[in-house]
Design a protein around this ligand. Sequence first.
Ligand SMILES: *Cc1c(COP(=O)(O)O)cnc(C)c1O
Length: 358
Amino acid sequence: MTSLDDLPLRADLRGRSPYGAPQEPVPVALNVNENTHGIPEDVAHDIVRSVAASIIGLNRYPDREFTELRRDFAAYLGSDLTEQNIWAANGSNEILQQILQAFGGPGRSLLGFAPTYSMYPLLASGTGTRWIARDRQADFELAPEYVASVIAEEKPDVVVLCAPNNPTGTPLDLETISAAYDAAPGIVIVDEAYAEFSEPGEPSALELLDGRPRLIVSRTMSKAFAFAGARVGYLAADPAITDALRLVRLPYHLSALTQAAARAALRHADEMLAVVDDIRGQRKRIANGLADLGYTPYRSGSNFVFFGGVVDTASVFRQLFERGILIRDIGIPGHMRVTAGTETETTAFLEAMSALRS
Ligand SMILES: *Cc1c(COP(=O)(O)O)cnc(C)c1O
């Protein structure tokens, strides 16, 4: 059997592990922060009709500029954005990869504040970008002065701020983002994968885009939009940023099927996002329930709760798994992460956690 070691693999990829969140067919899967509510049936039918109509034209390459989809995203985001400010790709992971292809790469660096999204170091290594992980502050929070001083010290080519942060759920205020921008010599990405789950009235980094041409706000349809399987991510930034990404994207990277499905889903944004309120409610139930059991949940602006006080994370993971419940053991001692699912899933999780305690 040939192994990786037998292949002429790039030296900087030797010894690396691929992304590998477990994909097990369990009744209650709360480990990758999906929206566990299904797509409403009427919306599903409209998406099917739109995708079906696009199939007739699949002999041709799709619109390389996905202009209509970009226009739809601009309308969805509001804040005076136009399609020139928008870019899209197959998931925000591809968005982040394209940003690193254009602005990172060999001899350049990406700075993030750990613990943070596990894909950042992997995307850095795939693009030959040096990954710099600096610690978050107490309770995983970040203050403007701290972020600015770390950036001034490291002088990274790209900074990524995950807001709210995965896996900790920590929201990030605009003062910190703007301090990061002022201190950064290069690109600043704000990964707002979970923005829709923030408390109503919480501002988005979109508000900071005007006059900040090195700022990129990354979004996804994978979480609040319940569209993880379709693979659609997007960004808002100065039009010059999208020009840079045109240099590195594969031609026709967004299939006609993806464009049709995403546009159809966006037409039903209100209905697709109707469960966000309920998910916030389940997040609150989880935090309160875990606190009652003696765990320490952290503040979260996302659709998941990060909690400490776990004596043996591997054992809790295994015992929940035996009950058909999957949550995330991130490898941070004493801490675990659980997605806020439906009311029934949340109840199953909390009852199981209570049973483990007794
Ligand atoms: C889930 C997640 C994404 C989304 O990735 P997609 O490729 O859009 O599915 C991006 N950033 C963070 C921090 C996430 O947790």
